[in-house]
Structure formats: C-alpha cells, structure tokens
Design a binder for this molecule. Structure first.
Ligand code: ATP
Ligand code: MG
Length: 341
C-alpha cells in the first residue's frame, strides 16, 4: 500500500492526491489513512503557523458504521440531504441533575432535534441554558434522565456506561475551550493518545497522528509540547486529536473561547474546511459572530430549544483569513505618499 502525505499548507500545490479525513473506525477508515484517496489537502493562505486548511474531496461520512436500528423519522431525511440517516436524533431528551441527594436541577426539559450528515450547527443560548449538558449527552459522556438518543442510527440512550464509552471512542470527537492537552506530551503523542485502545503499535499510532497533524496544518510542529505552541496551534492539535479515530461527529464546546479574534477566524477556517469535506460539526458558542460561520443555528433557553434556523449567508473564514493576510491596497495610498513626500 502506498501513502502520500497531505501537503503542508501554503506550500506547493499538490498535484498528487493527499489524504482525506479518516472515517469512522472501520476497515474503510484504515484504508483512508494508508491509501491515497480522491480528496486532496489544498493549501491556501500564507505558509505561516497561522494558516487555514482547505480540504477538498469527496464527503467522508461514515454510513451508519454500526447501525442497529433505524432512527425514527430518518426515512424522510433533510432538505438537501434526502434519505440521509441523521447523525444525531434526539427525542424529548431531559436531564435532571440531583444536587446533594435531593435538589433537582432540570438542565434539559424535552429537547427534540435532528442533525444530518455534513451539517454545521451552532448552539447558542445564555449561560445555564443547557448547552453543555446537551453536548455531554450527544457526546455520550453522560446519559439522559429521559428521552431517546440515536447516534448514527444506534439507540445509545440506554447503553451501559462501558458500551457508551466504546461508542463515544468510535463515533465522537471533542474539542473544548481549554484545549485539554497533556502538557508534558508532544503534539504527536497528544494526537496519538485516543488510539491507544485500538491495538495498534506505537509506530503506527504515531504515523497516523502525523498525517492528521499535517491535515490541520501542523506537520512542522509534531514534536512541540503545548507550551511551545500558540493558542491556535494548541486548538489545532486538539482538533487533530478529535479526528484521529475518524468520528461521525465533531463536538466543539466554545472552541474559540480562549482565542483572540484573528486566531478564532483561523480555527473556524479549520472547522469549515473539515465540514466542507463532509464532517458533521456541532459547536457551542456565546459569540453570534462565531455562529455566523455555521450553517444552522439552534438557540437554547431554560433547557429547551427555542429557535432552530439556517444561517443566511454563512461567513467564510478562509476568505476572511486571506483578506487579513493580504489586505487590499488602500485606494489613493500612492497619491497620499506623493503628497506627503
Ligand atoms: N453536574 C451538575 N450538577 C448539577 N447541576 C448542573 C451540573 N451541570 C450543570 N448543571 C446545571 O444545569 C444547568 C445547565 O448547565 P449547562 O452547563 O448545560 O449550561 P450552559 O448552557 O452550558 O452554560 P454556559 O454557557 O455557562 O456554559 C445549569 O443550571 C447548571 O447549573
Ligand atoms: Mg457550557
């Protein structure tokens, strides 16, 4: 088998295919990491660490890799995605936390929602409205008090904790505000870590981690530890780690919350590029500007969904990043110079 590494961003344009996103942990995903599929990693923008990934290629969406039962209503699909099986289908999901053995905190009060393959959804809402609780449930980190949750066609809401962990490892990638990287480990080791249970040799794990780090534009930073990376680069490492097992779903809870506005554009560019390749993304943000990079906006209030709407004319992080890096010449600038000299 041959393998062509993805080209680093901002460098030469690839005439040979690069790699595409790994799909869900399956024989197919292994192939994707070791062969040279149709998709290519295209580089745009400057070849600096502050680069934005643009990935082209066929959508890579796991097709119900471990389908057991079909989610209700999935036959209809969504506009633009007819017949697709929802990646997320929740029905009347509730979550009540019990504090001190008796105080009930109703964090989710009957949420029903579907998210289809290739969607990019921004979840908004005031503090305490249940956004993180929802993300923890759809990310299989926690179980609902009531209601159903179908993940990529699997009814997961009643799985045991062990089975839930196994589904989570296979189908979900997480990105958090605080990056959550191991401080003493290199980027390579951080990204390779989730593969530790996959029964692969260390060499193979690191080979794959290197590919995904190249995919997010960090091929030249693999031996750096988090403290030796910028905030944006650390978040790229976290994104690479989230992608390493080929998830069906990427969940990001305030991924730009610790980043300045330039770096936020950079990270949104990475997420948009991954989404364009077919990755389903659900992102929580407080920032309405960040939500504009998504294609759908869902608003929570008091544990309920109060709005669910498409984002009209989503912003393009890649275009904005390129404009930031190559500002257009100011009209009349030459004349000004002439006048002042
Ligand atoms: N582990 C917990 N135990 C008890 N109550 C909790 C727990 N986690 C969250 N809550 C409560 O559940 C409600 C929803 O919290 P959640 O963290 O989902 O809100 P959020 O929308 O993510 O807020 P923020 O924007 O501040 O992150 C809040 O009232 C919160 O206090
Ligand atoms: Mg939260």
């Amino acid at each position: 088998m041959t393998h062509t590494d993805p080209k680093p961003l901002g460098g030469e344009q690839s005439s040979t295919p690069g790699t595409s996103l790994p799909a869900a942990n399956s024989p197919a995903s292994d192939e994707r990491l070791t062969q040279t599929p149709e998709g290519a990693v295209e580089q745009k923008g400057p070849g600096s660490p502050g680069q934005v990934v643009a990935i082209q290629g066929a959508p890579v969406v796991p097709e119900g890799a471990m389908t057991v039962q079909r989610a209700p209503g999935s036959e209809d699909g969504q506009e633009g995605n007819p017949g697709a099986l929802p990646v997320i289908a929740v029905r009347d999901l509730t979550k009540v936390y019990i504090l001190g053995g008796k105080t009930r905190v109703p964090a989710l009060q009957g949420v029903s929602l579907e998210v289809y393959p290739g969607e990019f959804v921004a979840i908004m809402g005031p503090s305490g409205s249940g956004k993180s609780t929802f993300m923890n449930l759809v990310g299989c980190l926690d179980r609902p008090t009531q209601g159903e949750y179908w993940l990529a066609g699997n009814l997961v809401s009643r799985l045991s904790t062990d089975k839930l962990a196994s589904v989570r490892n296979r189908l979900v990638g997480f990105v958090f505000q605080g990056f959550n990287l191991l401080g003493r480990a290199t980027a390579l080791r951080n990204v390779a870590l989730p593969m530790v249970y996959a029964g692969l040799s260390r060499r193979e794990r690191e080979r794959r981690a290197r590919i995904v780090l190249q995919l997010v534009g960090l091929g030249d930073r693999v031996h750096h530890k988090p403290a030796e990376l910028s905030g944006g680069q650390q978040q790229r490492v976290a994104i690479a780690r989230a992608l390493i097992n080929g998830p069906a779903l990427l969940l990001a809870d305030e991924p730009t919350g610790n980043l300045d506005s330039h770096t936020s554009v950079e990270i949104m560019g990475v997420l948009q590029a991954l989404n364009e390749q077919g990755l389903t993304i659900v992102l929580v943000t407080h920032d309405p500007n960040i939500a504009q990079y998504a294609r759908r906006r869902v608003t929570f209030l008091d544990g309920r969904v109060v709005r669910d709407e498409p984002v009209p004319n989503p912003r393009s992080a890649l275009e904005e990043w390129n404009a930031l890096m190559n500002p257009p010449a100011i009209e009349g600038e030459g004349a000004m110079k002439e006048v002042s000299s």
